[in-house]
Write a protein that binds this ligand. Structure first.
Ligand code: GLV
Ligand code: MN
Ligand code: MN
Length: 413
């Protein structure tokens, strides 16, 4: 059953180059609708769309609290077929099985919007909104590569009202309105590991004890265009030079800091013409580490790097702006040990581990007990078209979710 759901999702937007189903796009909406179709014949299961673009499939009326499972259906460009989709497919299957036994069970599936954060560089979008983490810290004025604002995309998709301008200053006033449509009693998410810890240890299930934090910054540099042939080197205001110099030094920043990883996975240069000196350059820098202390230390080093290797040429400006700061998050011991128990009973070897990849469960953990478990990724590969897992491990993910949901529902019925 889990394979049928997965096949349906794979058929949406798959090409030879992998899955491209970006967050807050029509493709993501199509995938959400395909998930909702699993309950199209049910009169009790309602499809609820919230103001962030999340879709919930909720059994019965009322605010809950609900036993919830979920994940996301957006992908990175040319990504794999299981990242996120595994957790949604498993959740659909588990909810179907629960409802066959208990028609009135307070059970729901959450399909979180824009987990990857490709377009605006800020992931876990939908689940953070649900957890009340957006209003306080989200830059709704963030722009994508084409200069379109996040606030504009939300308004276009009918999720939020258009931004208004302040009468006094004429500036846009960011305002994100959100009310969670229901309450979560307990939450579980299945995901592929996306790394090698499980295959190296020879275990079939990873029980995530906590998820590392992620901080992202945008470095932006401003210079002046001019002719690339006729402008002498000393007269240039080349915006790319300071950014490129810093990106080359990023790996040094995590040296000696426990388990930290740092990446510049997105950068751009304007006007992007070989014979024109760039007048604008930007880069997104992302740092992940399991503790606040490690994150603080690397942030300090990055600021120092910007201050010391920043613009050298007069007239070149450099700014460093925080985009997002997702704190390291422990998962619920209660949910984790229940999943551990399910594995034991099924004779499946599991191990506890830290996740360096971000997951919606870490947002949900702000508002409800949340657990997260992994199945192995073949060769530890993910965020690429050949991402895969063994068929029997995919089935296992659905079976664990089913057992967990049945036990949780019986507790509250
Ligand atoms: C999600 O894929 C992440 O960025 O860890
Ligand atoms: Mn991903
Ligand atoms: Mn994912």
């Amino acid at each position: 059953m889990i394979h049928q759901h997965l096949k349906k999702f794979k058929a949406i937007s798959a090409t030879k180059e992998g899955i491209t189903r970006l967050g807050l796009s029509d493709w993501e909406d199509k995938a959400h609708a395909a998930a909702a179709a699993a309950f199209s014949r049910s009169r009790r299961v309602k499809t609820v769309r919230d103001q962030a673009g999340n879709t919930f499939l909720v059994n019965g009326e009322g605010p809950g609290p609900y036993v919830v499972m979920g994940s996301h259906l957006d992908s990175v460009p040319n990504g794999g077929w299981l990242d996120g989709a595994l957790g949604v497919a498993g959740a659909l299957m588990a909810m179907q099985k629960v409802l066959q036994k208990h028609r009135n069970a307070p059970v729901a599936v959450a399909i979180w919007a824009d987990e990857e954060g490709y377009r605006f560089g800020n992931g876990l979008w939908g689940s953070r909104a649900f957890a009340g983490k957006v209003a306080q810290e989200e830059p709704l004025l963030l722009r994508d590569r084409d200069g379109v604002m996040l606030a504009e995309v939300l308004a276009e998709r009918g999720l939020q009202k258009k931004l208004r301008r302040s009468r006094e200053t004429g500036e846009l006033v960011p305002k994100f309105v959100y009310k969670p449509p229901f309450e979560i009693a307990t939450y579980a998410e299945a995901h592929i590991e996306q790394g090698r810890q499980l295959i190296d240890a020879g275990k079939r299930v990873g029980l995530v004890t906590h998820v590392s934090g992620i901080r992202r910054w945008r470095l932006e540099s401003m210079g002046e265009t001019n002719h690339a042939g006729t402008t002498p080197m000393r007269e240039r205001r080349d915006a790319l030079v300071p950014i490129a110099g810093m990106v080359g030094r990023l790996p040094q920043l995590v040296r000696g800091v426990n388990n930290g990883v740092i990446t510049c996975g997105a950068m751009g240069v304007e006007p992007g013409v070989a014979n024109v000196i760039p007048n604008q350059a930007w880069a997104i820098v992302e740092h992940r580490a399991p503790t606040d202390r490690d994150q603080d230390e690397t942030a300090r080093r990055l600021k120092e790097l910007v201050a010391t290797t920043g613009p050298r040429a007069p007239g070149v400006g450099l700014e460093m702006m925080p985009i997002s700061n997702v704190r390291p998050m422990p998962m619920s011991e209660e949910v984790t040990s229940r999943i551990e128990e399910i594995c034991k009973k099924a004779g499946v070897e599991s191990m506890r581990m830290v996740s360096m990849a971000a997951h919606d469960a870490m947002s949900v953990a702000h508002v409800a007990p949340a657990g997260l478990f992994f199945i192995p990724s073949l060769r530890g590969l993910s965020h690429r078209p050949d991402e895969d897992s063994r068929r029997e491990d995919i089935k296992l993910a659905g079976d664990i979710l089913t057992r967990w949901a049945l036990a949780e529902v019986q507790r509250v019925l």
